[in-house]
Design a protein around this ligand. Structure first.
Ligand code: 13P
Length: 210
């Protein structure tokens, strides 16, 4: 897909996430890897009302070269996209249920959402490392996220929200949605002794679809 088509797709998927309540206000940001740099949602922009022409463009060295001023979370996106060369996009949300899990989980935990259903395992994987709290935009978060992202498609920022990568933008958005719904299920079923997938079932999914 060329840059113009990716800009349109970013605006379309941002609106879709916003309309369905995965993002509110100006929360969340999205980045896409290009052949000659990166696209990034502008800071203080609403994912529901992105103007494709004003989406920020960053050079391969992550300097701002076009569009509006980029998200303050450039470090977060850089941490994941440099740790995962196969990832083409990163979606960061403050989606309610995943963020709730991020307020319960302990930093250092790697599976705060149990494997209850196949698509969580297929889209997000076995591991969802919990990163300790950093202030939004704090560049100090980059090292922790970078290390964790080497072995995980998504990480959960304590008291903040999920950061989800995918091979393509559509994949990253789908994984972020799956993560949110899995967090919702996990909270619905918390403490009632729900049956999760067994380690063998998780292995089978990752072997078949991983
Ligand atoms: P930006 O508006 O700078 O993208 O920040 C929003 C956000 O989600 C902070 O984590």
């Amino acid at each position: 897909m060329d840059e113009a088509a990716l800009r349109d797709q970013l605006a379309m998927l941002g609106a879709s996430l916003f309309q369905r309540g995965y993002s509110v206000g100006t929360a969340g940001n999205i980045s896409v890897r290009l052949a000659d740099g990166y696209l990034m949602t502008p800071t203080n922009s609403c994912l529901g009302r992105l103007d494709p022409a004003r989406i920020s463009k960053l050079a391969p060295d992550w300097s701002h070269i076009g569009g509006d001023k980029p998200s303050k979370e450039v470090f977060m996106h850089r941490a994941v996209l440099t740790a995962r060369p196969d990832a083409g996009a990163v979606v960061h949300l403050h989606s309610t249920y995943a963020t709730a899990i991020g307020c319960l989980a302990e930093p250092g935990e790697t599976a705060p959402i149990p494997p209850l259903t196949p698509y969580f395992v297929m889209r997000v994987g076995r591991s969802l490392p919990v990163i300790r709290y950093y202030r939004p935009g704090d560049g100090a978060m980059e090292g922790d996220i970078h290390e964790a992202a080497k072995g995980a498609k998504a990480v959960l920022l304590a008291n903040h929200g999920p950061v989800v990568s995918g091979r393509t933008l559509a994949d990253a958005v789908a994984a972020a949605e799956e993560l949110e719904e899995s967090a919702r299920l996990a909270l619905l079923l918390r403490g009632v002794g729900a049956r999760g997938l067994t380690p063998a079932q998780v292995d089978d999914l990752l072997t078949t679809f991983g």
